[in-house]
Design a protein around this ligand. Structure first.
Ligand code: ME8
Length: 511
């Protein structure tokens, strides 16, 4: 098991303000990051903004600003929104950063020096939304399938990256590294694409047409194609080529993206790395789209949803939980506010909220001074303990495949088991029998112990809710420093706990 994790989100274009789609990938990366910290790994988590290219120039013009001012302003919106969504990134990168420009030029020069960049002429259908050329066969009714506009035919002299040279290597690499691109459907999609001859990649734009970019180190009349520039952010952010951070974290790189940018990440990026003499990333994790009525949520389709308004209306943790629970990583999901309200009321207010409030209320009522570690366990207690360890195993396994929804289903299965344990052991009946004080202590101890395990596992998904429950449990120690090892042992809670009342964590919401 690798001891480190380097997790990245796409760097988002500054042509649109942050919306629910960006929030999803970034929250998923955050959950992954926090879970890996919980698992005892050292992690580095990066997000940022992609600021060069036609698309940004056009958006700046529309806003009546110059590209730099415009990029500064929108990049700041991204930078500022992440703390509001409890995102734990270690670094925020901008492609207009000076150190990034140097790394891009370094890589370009390297690839040029090995003879994998040449000058030539190209004509093709160019979608400004995607910032790439399309083959005719890729278009739907002559239009870009994502942006639903007809691309423009452009012909010009440019520099090309000899990507075709790496086609066989890439096919072989994908086949011999299961999970390199995952889930498998996306690996298959890339392999299907690679069945046709791979064309070389146009990696420059003449300054006469576009000068908002990084100048080629070997020709000052050209800027770098925005994708060649953007992908390299993943190296800049860890201090490539010679920082300790790079050597430590690059081998454990996990990129998170949606399927819209599978081709640049699944084909351009590994071949660029190969040509530069750098090991490919460890995993490319690809998720589907958040849709509304079958249409992708996107600025160009005009159906964006502001994550902050959902956070303000329903609370951050309910929003985070909904996103992670509702989408099967890899498949599309439909967004609706009524689905969010249903999840909030059933999973959060009912299942989790009731478990926390009724358990803590009973401990306060019956054991003001705290609980003692039981001297023995009955069969029903053993069953609860074994449910906990099975859940933990299942949850860890699901998280290793980024199956966030199944990881949550595993936790909720255990929440149901604890609620059942409470009903079956009936602490309120035990409380009425004077000779059952020892048993009542044991039952409540087990319930608190189960809640402790649940709380530690919920922390990556719902940090502030987990903090609230943790504080009420009155357990010594900081929730942030808990590790999986701390919850594999039943009874690590210690001899006594001083429990305090908890306000309803998820009040019910009317849909
Ligand atoms: O593509 N559903 O930036 P971008 C799910 N700058 N995820 C969505 C989404 C949706 N409806 N809409 C957006 C770029 N996303 C490039 C990336 S990386 C070197 C350069 C998320 O602002 C998802 O992560 O268009 C998707 O891949 C990304 O935003 C695209 O962001």
């Amino acid at each position: 098991m690798s001891k480190t994790l380097y997790v990245t989100t796409p760097i988002y274009y500054v042509n649109a303000e942050p919306h629910l789609g960006h929030a999803y990938t970034t929250i998923a990366a955050d959950v992954l990051n926090r879970f890996n910290i919980l698992s005892g790994r050292e992690t580095f988590f990066v997000t940022g903004t992609d600021e060069h290219g036609d698309k940004v120039v056009r958006a700046a013009e529309a806003a009546g600003e110059n590209p730099k001012e415009y990029a500064d302003r929108i990049s700041m919106l991204f930078r500022n929104i992440w703390p509001e969504l409890s995102i734990s990134n270690d670094y925020f990168i901008r492609t207009t950063d000076e150190d990034h420009k140097k790394v891009v030029q370094l890589i370009l020069q390297k690839v040029y020096d090995v003879g994998d960049i040449y000058f030539g002429e190209y004509g093709g259908y160019y979608c400004f939304g995607c910032e790439r050329f399309y083959y005719e066969k890729e278009l739907a009714d002559g239009k870009c399938p994502d942006h639903k506009v007809a691309p423009e035919f452009i012909k010009e002299k440019n520099y090309f990256f000899r990507m075709s040279k790496y086609q066989d290597w890439l096919i072989e690499y994908i086949k011999s590294h299961p999970g390199f691109i995952r889930p498998e459907r996306y690996s298959n999609e890339v392999l299907a694409f690679l069945r046709d001859p791979l064309e070389d990649l146009c990696i420059s734009r003449p300054k006469s047409r576009l000068d908002w970019g990084i100048t080629l180190p070997f020709d000052r009349d050209y800027v770098t194609y925005v994708w060649f520039d953007a992908l390299i952010n993943y190296l800049t952010a860890v201090g490539y080529p010679d920082s300790d951070l790079y050597h430590k974290f690059w081998p454990s790189t996990q990129h998170l993206i949606a399927k819209d940018i599978l081709k640049p990440h699944g084909i351009y990026w590994p071949t660029i790395l190969k040509a530069s003499g750098i090991e490919p990333y460890h995993h490319l994790n690809v998720h589907g789209y958040w849709n509304i009525d079958k249409n992708k949520i996107s600025k160009s389709l005009g159906n964006i949803i502001n994550p902050l308004s959902l956070k303000d209306k329903y609370g951050l943790d309910a929003f985070r939980y909904f996103l992670m629970r509702e989408m099967v990583f890899g498949l599309d999901a439909n967004f609706s506010e009524s689905a969010l309200v249903n999840r909030l009321n059933s999973d959060l207010a009912n299942d989790l909220g009731n478990l926390a409030s009724r358990s803590l209320a009973m401990v306060i009522k019956y054991f003001k001074g705290g609980l003692h570690k039981p001297t023995g366990y009955l069969e029903i207690d053993e069953r609860l303990r074994s449910d906990a360890s099975k859940m933990l195993e299942d949850m860890i396994n699901q998280m290793s495949r980024l199956a966030f929804n199944k990881a949550l289903i595993a936790i909720w299965g255990f929440i149901a088991a604890v609620n059942k344990y409470i009903d079956e052991t009936s602490p309120w009946t035990l409380a009425k029998k004077e000779d059952q004080a020892g048993r009542l202590n044991a039952v409540l101890y087990n319930i608190v112990e189960a809640l402790r395990i649940i709380t530690v596992l919920l922390f990556p998904f719902m940090p502030s809710t987990a903090e609230k429950i943790w504080t009420s449990l009155g357990i010594k120690g900081n929730l942030h420093t808990q590790r999986l090892d701390d919850i594999t042992e039943w009874g690590k809670i210690g001899e006594t706990t001083a429990v305090s009342k908890i306000e309803p964590i998820f009040p019910r919401v009317e849909g």
